[in-house]
Design a protein around this ligand. Sequence first.
Ligand SMILES: O=P(O)(O)OC[C@H]1O[C@](O)(CO)[C@@H](O)[C@@H]1O
Length: 185
Amino acid sequence: MKIIEPSLIHDWDKEPCGKEVTVSTKLYKDAKDFYESVDESLHDDTVMYEVYSVSSQSEPGKLNWGLTVMHPVKVNGECNMTRGHFHENMDCEEYYWCSKGTGLLMLMDEEGKCWCEKMYEGSLHHIRSDWAHRLINTGDTYLKVVACWPADAGHDYARIEHSGFTYRVYCEGKDIIVKERRTNE
Ligand SMILES: O=P(O)(O)OC[C@H]1O[C@](O)(CO)[C@@H](O)[C@@H]1O
């Protein structure tokens, strides 16, 4: 019997590494329309978040692994967040595990009911297959979240654009302020 080295390593203080790992970076210029208003003080190339993934397969039964690193950026006081999505394949659940930082996991059901789970080091989040999900960094450090999801889940962004998350999250000093979105947005 052979004992071999793993093909992937994920040191919790760092990102996953191995030759199957890919990284995508979301810049402010590509995230402007997530926010209530444009922040002229932010450069277009400001890094908002990076997603490291092991996701080369897409067949049912396979699993993906990823790490999302949310930078501690505020957009006119609004906390940095991912675009957010439902899964295209509504049979697919997901797990999120927070490895660093503090934030909120915003969830929304198909009726548009929205709520958040607190995220902090060690918090573990089971995302039901019919819940839209978005990460929000409410802290002043990086928020790092590990995810494991079925390879055939897909991302449905159109439903979020059409009828998005109904709340926005801001930071004022140490306070987290949640506001209902204006209906004309
Ligand atoms: O595609 P979005 O909504 O910007 O979010 C990226 C997120 O999607 C995932 O790739 C998979 O759900 C997560 O790892 C990551 O947090």
